[in-house]
Design a protein around this ligand. Structure first.
Ligand code: UDX
Length: 445
């Protein structure tokens, strides 16, 4: 079993640390935010990630948290770098400043630990880090790229039961040592050069985003032609060459990875003189997709000024409290800009913090009270039975716009709601009675 240092106590760092401890290693986690370290030392988990609390508690004896870089490095055989790499303002390049700080401030390291980069970085970063280590006289420190493929909300499972483990190393010995860490996991390991390992992560994410933007565009064409994207995705996904995953049409992708990684790959290509046309389109489709809900609401309600809209779900997806780049934020801003009143609900996000311009409600009932429309933005289980009588009676108008195709359209309509999903046929019963009347009014112009 090894002694492992982990830099960064965010989503990736904590999941990596807890999982490596679960595999039997002694792990020291370092973060630069004193408050975070204090909370972790008290046994509190600063983020919401299913299964993480239990895993940290279970392995408490093998886990230490510190502010001190020296303590992390002391006797460590591996140094995992799990810091975030957000986009730089204006340029969209990945901001590697936190990675550089670690490399520059690495205390004098004894022994020959392997620096393992888990953070998502542009291709070429490993070569630069290697050169910087050598320049600092740290030739004895190994280097490996070992990208993480964990999705929030299922990160622990993704770590412990991965589809594959990708390792890129300059020195095959370093790659072998990292591979040995994962020996007890039942997953294929692919060893390759560092540049390729870095690209695997960017390409995987870009491919996933492409699938979502693709199915969202198919959804939009379904809306124009009367097909049902849920059935279409089912039919398409059964083709073994295509597979069923990441074909859920909706309000677009968000989160801490896809938006920043798409920009980083786009800029990486551009900085290398290549215009990545398809990726640009994938990003643009997603931006438009987040806004399409506004058009749907306007079709039913006319002008949104003075209308009350319940936004149900603020997290960028279910199972997480993360609202980074969440479609809910774009929707709330657009609705408020149109003069609508927004009432928001989410079971785990503190809406008062992330959406101060909206009225945050503690229950779904409170959020839909007096609302002209309810919009499902996050696919929380709590919303699966939204189309019920109690909700209909609380609303001023029984309109549900289902941004995640969470509900059964027939059931929602049978329960007396006007219902509109994403890429699903609209029924004549979906037109609100007052809208029909308004349409029938003779034109005065
Ligand atoms: C993603 C990758 O899955 C993971 O491998 C990588 O390490 C980090 O980025 P994450 O952002 O946590 O993980 O969430 P994921 O479950 O992949 O969803 C990403 C976004 O796509 C969410 O906004 C989700 O709602 C959306 N999505 C996903 C769809 O709109 N449709 C789908 O079919 C799947």
């Amino acid at each position: 079993m090894s002694r492992i240092g982990v830099f960064g106590a965010g989503y990736v760092g904590l999941v990596t640390a807890a999982s490596l401890a679960e595999l039997g290693n002694d792990v020291v986690v370092r973060d630069v935010v004193p408050e975070k370290v204090e909370r972790l030392l008290r046994g509190e988990v600063p983020i919401f990630e299913p299964g993480l609390d239990e895993l940290l508690a279970k392995n408490a004896e093998r886990l230490t948290f510190t502010l001190d870089a020296g303590e992390v490095v002391d006797g460590a055989e591996f140094l995992f770098v799990c810091v975030d790499t957000p986009p730089v303002a204006y340029s969209g390049d990945a901001d590697l400043s936190r990675v550089w700080t670690i490399v520059e401030e690495l205390p004098n390291v004894e022994g020959n630990p392997v620096l393992v980069l888990k953070s998502t970085v542009p291709v070429g970063t490993g070569e630069k880090v290697r050169a910087a280590l050598d320049q600092r006289g740290l030739e004895h420190v190994g280097y490996a790229s070992n990208p993480e493929f964990t999705a929030e909300g299922r990160a622990v499972r993704d770590f412990m039961e991965p589809d594959r483990i990708v390792i890129g190393a300059f020195d095959p010995d370093d790659g072998e040592r990292v591979e040995a860490l994962y020996a007890s996991l039942d997953a294929p390991v692919v060893q390759m050069d560092v540049n390729s390992a870095e690209m695997v992560k960017l390409a995987s994410n870009a491919f996933l985003m492409t699938r979502i933007s693709f199915i969202n565009e198919i959804a939009n064409v379904c809306e124009a032609t009367g097909a049902d994207v849920v059935r279409v995705a089912e039919g398409v996904g059964l083709d073994k060459r295509l597979g069923p995953h990441f074909l859920r049409a909706g309000v677009g992708w968000g989160g801490s990875c896809f938006p920043k990684d798409s920009l980083a790959l786009k800029q990486l290509a551009a900085n290398s003189g290549y215009h990545f046309q398809l990726l640009n389109a994938v990003i643009e489709v997603n931006e438009l997709q987040k806004r399409r809900v506004i058009g749907k609401l306007e079709r039913h309600l006319g002008k949104l000024r003075g209308k009350r809209v319940a936004l149900l779900g603020l997290a960028f997806k279910a199972g997480t409290d993360d609202t980074r780049e969440a479609p809910s934020l774009v929707l709330a801003s657009r609705l408020i800009a149109e003069g609508a009143e927004v009432r928001a609900w989410d079971p785990v996000v503190d809406g008062k913090q992330v959406m101060p311009q909206a009225e945050f409600c503690m229950t779904v009932q409170d959020a839909v009270r007096g609302a002209d429309a309810a919009v499902i933005v996050t696919e929380w289980d709590e919303l699966r039975d939204l189309a019920r009588r109690e909700i209909r009676e609380l609303m001023a108008r029984p309109l549900i716009v289902d941004g995640r195709n969470l509900l059964d359209p027939a059931q929602a309509r049978a329960a007396g709601f006007a219902y509109e999903g994403i890429g699903r046929p609209v029924s004549p019963s979906d037109v609100l009675p007052e809208r029909l009347e308004r349409d029938r009014e003779p034109s005065t112009s």
